[in-house]
Design a protein around this ligand. Sequence first.
Ligand SMILES: NC(=O)c1ccc[n+]([C@@H]2O[C@H](COP(=O)([O-])OP(=O)(O)OC[C@H]3O[C@@H](n4cnc5c(N)ncnc54)[C@H](O)[C@@H]3O)[C@@H](O)[C@H]2O)c1
Length: 248
Amino acid sequence: MNQRHAGKVAVVTGASKGLGQSFALRLANEGADLVLVSRSPATKTQQMVHDLGSKAVVQSCDLTSETDIETLANVVQEKFGRCDILVNNAGIYPFQPFEQMSFADWRKIFAVNLDALFFTCKAFLPLMKPQNWGRIINITSNVCWIVAPNVTHYTTAKMGVIGFTRALATEVADAGIIVNAIAPGLIRTETTEHGEQAGMFEMVKQMQAIHRTGEPEDVAAVVSFLASEDSSFMTGQTLMVDGGMSRL
Ligand SMILES: NC(=O)c1ccc[n+]([C@@H]2O[C@H](COP(=O)([O-])OP(=O)(O)OC[C@H]3O[C@@H](n4cnc5c(N)ncnc54)[C@H](O)[C@@H]3O)[C@@H](O)[C@H]2O)c1
């Protein structure tokens, strides 16, 4: 494998399973050391990263807690003294009709999917700036374009991620930090296979230009590109990785 991330330290949120695990493995396979962040310890991912020959530190963290994120940044500073790549991937996506949604439900979705990015970027920009180099990759969703029922809170929060990406990119480009987002379509993970999306795989395949189910590795390849030197002249962008379901 190409070692294009050798010497880099990558923080991946939501790394215990699903897309986050796949991102961590791809970056590790290409030489990065990893900080694996999730609610419960990402020890399985840690073992997989070690098997690939990279270092991995596991940090349990509630990303809705500013204190937890400050602790996380301190751990990264102590263990590695640097952060080059931040992948804001953790997210939750429960289906809920708008009229049955309380404001607490709405706030909870915003807290994990959008507010957490405020805290992680605040915490890690001070580590990236002295290096004059950084990559921030935010995971949004193609639901912002296709618009699905019963995810008003999620769609709105993920739209916020796109706005945040564009705005932050503008502020930090002069510090050598580039900020982009990825909008996956329906991707096969434990959560989508066993959740309310389970019945949608066949329908979505037909709606895509590429008639196969998206796999976490399809998105991980784009994360690796955005994390690399190859993406150095693009920032504030949102890349759709959805088999051509949305064609912008
Ligand atoms: N899978 C898909 O089809 C799909 C499509 C579009 C976008 N996305 C987005 O991709 C991301 C990952 O999706 P997935 O399917 O891999 O999810 P998943 O359910 O498999 O994994 C979610 C991860 O986020 C972590 N997490 C959730 N809440 C947290 C919190 N409060 N604090 C710390 N960690 C927390 C979990 O511990 C877990 O590691 C999400 O942002 C999701 O919205 C997924």
